[in-house]
Design a protein around this ligand. Structure first.
Ligand code: MG
Ligand code: ZN
Length: 221
């Protein structure tokens, strides 16, 4: 038998998260900050993808980054080298970011000064999907080393994605990546998502992602 108290507590926490997420969203809208929540399994190359994005768009718009990790601030340090404001949230074991963590982290960023806020979520394909952070756009990364059936195994995450980025194309052949079947799985689970195929390491495919980003930001603001 299930324990109803557990259910009530979870609903209360989720409800509170949604309230704070709504407040975050209002703040970002008011200050015209375009926000994105970037999610993937650990090791899909989120930080490398974001570092290159930040470097290559540096002259177009100013950005801030919030980085969630279970431990260490290595990723935030790495992203700061792109010349942007970066705030690390070390979750101390928590496997996802929630709206309150983001609200606290944004206090350390000058939102008036930035056009884009990137939130790198904790590497995890399960619970980040259930926590609205107040973002405008959800980006899910899938690297070619992970197998073509990832979207089928983690449908919840792919179903909330506005963008799916297939990363590490430079090693696709070496790992026997089945491109057609991966794309078919993404399109089946996430027909709403715009798909980009890139190598954040070599830069291949990144330009269409930047064009899309610029277009979205112009549309919104
Ligand atoms: Mg990272
Ligand atoms: Zn979690």
């Amino acid at each position: 038998m299930s324990d109803p108290r557990t259910i009530f507590i979870e609903e209360a926490v989720q409800g509170r998260n949604d309230e704070i997420a709504a407040t975050n969203r209002q703040l970002f809208n008011r200050l015209r900050v375009f926000s994105m929540n970037v999610m993937s399994a650990p090791g899909s190359g989120k930080t490398e993808f974001l570092a290159r994005t930040l470097t290559d768009t540096f002259d177009k718009f100013s950005s801030g980054v919030i980085v969630g990790d279970i431990a260490t601030d290595n990723d935030a340090r790495r992203l700061m080298r792109s010349g942007v404001d970066a705030v690390q949230i070390t979750t101390n074991g928590y496997c996802h970011l929630d709206a309150e963590m983001v609200a606290r982290a944004t206090e350390a960023i000058d939102l008036d000064r930035i056009d884009m806020l990137i939130i790198e979520n904790v590497g995890n394909m399960v619970c980040p999907a259930s926590f609205d952070l107040g973002e405008r756009m959800r980006v899910v990364l899938l690297s070619v080393t992970e197998g073509e059936d990832k979207p089928l195994k983690y449908p919840t995450l792919f179903k909330v994605a506005d963008v799916v980025v297939v990363n590490k194309l430079d090693i696709a052949d070496a790992v026997g990546f089945k491109r057609e079947s991966a794309l078919e799985n993404i399109r089946t689970i996430a027909p709403q998502a715009t798909i980009f195929e890139v190598s954040a390491r070599t830069g291949a495919g990144m330009q269409s992602w930047y064009d899309f980003l610029c277009e979205r930001m112009e549309l919104e603001y």
